[in-house]
Design a protein around this ligand. Sequence first.
Ligand SMILES: [Zn+2]
Length: 197
Amino acid sequence: MDLNAYESGGAPLLGEPLPIELANATYAVRGRLVDGLTTVEHAAAWLRDNRARFATALDDDALLALDEADLRAIRSLRDAARTLIDAAARGTDAPAEAVGELNRHVRRAPSWRELATGPGPATLTRSAAAPVPAALGEIAQATVDLVTGPERELLRACQAPGCVLYFLKNHPRREWSGPDCGNRARAARHYERTRQS
Ligand SMILES: [Zn+2]
């Protein structure tokens, strides 16, 4: 099987930090909640589409070997990241169950950086775990930093009608997860105004 033929499950890729990108693998289409990570193929495709952003090397062989245990792991990490990002966006404390789940992923795949042999100075990220758990550990660690670091204040749940995505308010005027949401929200406001007049 060719990895490039794998279907993605439709999760939107918005260039958000990886923990948010993974949380957004639960999304909505016309008001209906969609799970973008229901099969091994979806999970492999999600990692394939994001692999350039990982310090962990994710080659085709690692992604083609992805199994049901990896699928359960990425789903549980997605759900924990989603809960924790949501709590941070709302300024509430993180639920203990999600904290425990996230920490299990961090501990499962400790990684370190080694010095690479030239040319030029470079590092290689290594882990005692297999590539897929290592990549998930990397997202888990990034989630810890995201919900405790300076970017915590910038986490937002998109308020557009029917949207369930999260984003980092990386611009003072940014209000939505993406341009489609801004357009939908403006259309809804316009509809409300014309209905009332
Ligand atoms: Zn949105």
